[in-house]
Design a binder for this molecule. Structure first.
Ligand code: DX5
Ligand code: ZN
Length: 217
């Protein structure tokens, strides 16, 4: 099995020190910085906008994995592209013209991601898969860190891996929500390429060791 990409979420970090959080992610040997953008509308919580990404950009060399949990994601795609995002992922449930948005993200030179909440089946995004560089499967209902992974969601990871194989698609499969040492192996064996971890990462005393274990080493 190939090694997973580990993407710690700064949602679980100290909001008074994002530069410190990025440094910890880098020092632990993780791969991406996961940036959870919440608007208080699509989800019942509020975080940060493109300025955070812009200010954090010079502080680390790691790619920024921006996860937009917002209504009207079309308003935030260009601002995040300008602010140094590498991956920009939005929710299929929040957009009507999702295909257009995926194309726009790629035109801006970024990797385009589409996400689904636990109640959305893979078939709802079937037409979008050829246009996606990343598919983010939420394994909790988005809005808050520290929730328990919903195991049924991992079936969708397996479906996405099979579809990719069968149809020759190239997206990465990411899982987000409740990923820790016990659940990471389940996500990996379902076929996940990217593991997002917030609470588990920032709570770990030895972050480097945790990253290795999440990867399966
Ligand atoms: C949830 C966010 C996740 C969250 C994961 O709405 O999209 O990225 O930070 O946090 P944990 O790992 O604590 O479930
Ligand atoms: Zn996220």
């Amino acid at each position: 099995m190939k090694e997973s990409i580990i993407a710690p979420s700064i949602l679980a970090s100290d909001f008074s020190n994002f530069a410190g959080a990025a440094a910890e992610i880098e020092k632990a040997g993780a791969d991406w910085v996961h940036i959870d953008v919440m608007d208080g509308q699509f989800v019942p919580n509020l975080t940060f906008g493109p300025k955070l990404a812009a200010d954090l950009r010079p502080k680390t060399l790691l790619p920024f994995d921006v996860h937009l949990m917002v209504k009207n994601p079309e308003n935030l795609i260009e601002p995040f592209a300008r602010s140094g995002a590498d991956y920009i992922t939005f929710h299929s449930e929040a957009a009507v013209h999702s295909q257009r948005l995926l194309v726009l993200i790629r035109e801006l030179g970024k990797k385009a991601g589409i996400s689904i909440v636990p109640s959305t089946p893979v078939c709802a995004i079937g037409e979008l898969l050829p246009f996606a560089d990343l598919v983010l499967v939420m394994t909790v209902n988005p809005g808050f860190g520290g929730q328990e992974l919903i195991p049924q969601c991992l079936q969708k990871v397996q479906t996405l891996a099979e579809l990719r194989e069968k149809k020759g698609f190239s997206y990465l499969i990411s899982v987000d929500g409740g990923i820790q040492e016990k659940t990471a192996p389940l996500a990996r064996s379902a076929g996940a390429d990217v593991l997002v971890a917030g609470t588990a990462f920032f709570a770990a005393a030895d972050k480097e060791a945790l990253v290795k274990r999440l990867r399966g080493r």
